[in-house]
Each structure stands twice: as C-alpha cells, then as structure tokens.
Write a protein that binds this ligand. Structure first.
Ligand SMILES: Nc1ncnc2c1ncn2[C@@H]1O[C@H](COP(=O)(O)OP(=O)(O)OP(=O)(O)O)[C@@H](O)[C@H]1O
Ligand SMILES: [Mg+2]
Length: 213
C-alpha cells in the first residue's frame, strides 16, 4: 500500500528548483535523500509533509491529495499521522522532559512508551527541565516526543547533526525499526552516506530531479 506519493512535482523560488519529481513510499518503507546544500532536500520534505504546496504536481498521503484537504482534515493529518524531526529540536523550554512527552501523548491519545525511552537512553532524565539537558539528550528527547505521537508518516531533516556517531546510529536505528514495525513511511534527508545506507532506497537530488542510487 502506498502511503506517500509525489507526482510530477515542480516548484520554483527565484529560479526553478524541481522540474518533475516523482516518488512513492509504501507501507514499511524508508527513503533517504542525499544532495548538496541548496539542492532542495528540505523543500521536498516540506512539500511531502503538508507544509508547502507545490506549484505543480500532486503530493498524496494515504491516496489523498494533501493540498486539496479541508482545513480540519489537514489539521487532523498533521496532528495524528505526521511526525517531523529536525536538526533543531523545538522542545518546550521550562517544561520537564516528561511534560514534553505528555503533550504528544495527550494530543494524540497515546501513551508514553518506557521501552522507547530506555532504548534512547533518556529514561533517567524525565524530571529534568528540557533546557538543562545536553544537546544530544535534547535531540533524543525530541525523537521520543515525535514517536510518542505514533505517526504513520515520519520525516527527518538531518536529524543526527548534534549526535556523536554511536548515538546517531542508535537513534536512527530506532527510527528505521519503528517504520518497519509500524508499517509506516519514513522520509529522511541526510548528508551522511552511512546513515542513508540504512534506508530501503536512496536518491540523490540533483538538478531538480531525484536520481535513484
Ligand atoms: N521560502 C523560500 N523562499 C525562497 N527561496 C527558498 C525558500 N526555501 C528555500 N529556498 C531556496 O531553495 C533552494 C533549496 O533550499 P533547501 O533548503 O530545500 O535546500 P537543502 O537541499 O535542504 O539544503 P541544505 O543541505 O543546506 O539544508 C535554496 O536555494 C534556497 O535558498
Ligand atoms: Mg535542508
């Protein structure tokens, strides 16, 4: 079953960025996108994750045209089905690690998975204010917060920039495992070839087109 689909996407800012981008991600699949800085990786992630309407073409989630959804449907899709992980963590400062997780659990009607917290190595810091955590702990907490939503569609834009090699490896393994077990779709943008190799498919974004590696 196809969960995410980009069909003939074209988009330009001051100059044409994409000409005709096509991509399909099926349930349980992960796709990594590589490309030089400025090639449009983040822009494509924004289009597929419902935050930027492309000038041409269609972006579909669960077979529905994302940009034809009604406001309430789009809000529901974002709240319940879409998980976004960025290099920046966007945690709620002044709130404990646990409270940061509780927000996701409350919004999405899910529970906090203590096994997940243990595997991310953050089970012992739940009472600490999120802003007092180390950069790597904050990043792992933000990953836990996103997965607490139990999203079907997972997007990550350079998610391991703040992590050392070993922690980056463990954190991304969790995302790839989650995708497989949950039969979701995972779209990851990275400069890290080793990390990209873990994905089921890899593409390079070059001259406005996706080239399968
Ligand atoms: N909102 C915008 N308005 C105008 N131009 C934009 C906008 N967003 C992105 N761009 C331009 O589109 C191009 C691609 O940007 P994008 O952020 O998608 O690249 P990227 O591949 O993610 O790069 P990086 O690896 O540095 O993160 C850049 O030239 C950028 O300046
Ligand atoms: Mg980018």
């Amino acid at each position: 079953m196809t969960l995410l689909k980009a069909e003939n996407i074209a988009h330009a800012f001051d100059y044409p960025l994409f000409k005709s981008v096509n991509l399909e991600i099926k349930a349980g699949e992960s796709v990594a996108v590589l490309g030089v800085s400025g090639s449009g990786k983040s822009t494509l992630l924004h289009i597929l994750s419902s935050f930027l309407k492309p000038q041409e073409g269609r972006a579909e989630a669960f077979g529905k045209d994302i940009y034809a959804l009604k406001v309430a449907e789009l809000a529901k899709l974002r709240r319940e089905a879409i998980g976004l992980i960025f290099q920046q963590h966007y945690l709620f400062k002044g709130f404990s690690a646990r409270e940061n997780l509780q927000v996701s659990a409350l919004l999405c009607g899910t529970t906090i998975d203590s096994e997940l917290l243990r595997s991310l190595g953050i089970a012992h810091i739940l009472n600490q204010d999120s802003s007092s955590l180390s950069g790597g702990q904050q990043q792992r907490l933000s990953i836990a917060r996103v997965l607490t939503k139990k999203p079907k569609l997972l997007f990550a834009d350079e998610p391991t920039g703040n992590l050392d090699r070993k922690t980056a490896n463990e954190a991304t393994d969790i995302l790839f495992d989650y995708t497989r077990k949950n039969q979701g779709a995972f779209f990851i943008v990275t400069h890290d070839e080793a990390l990209a190799k873990k994905a089921d498919r890899r593409y390079r974004l070059e001259n406005g087109a996706l080239i399968e590696q």
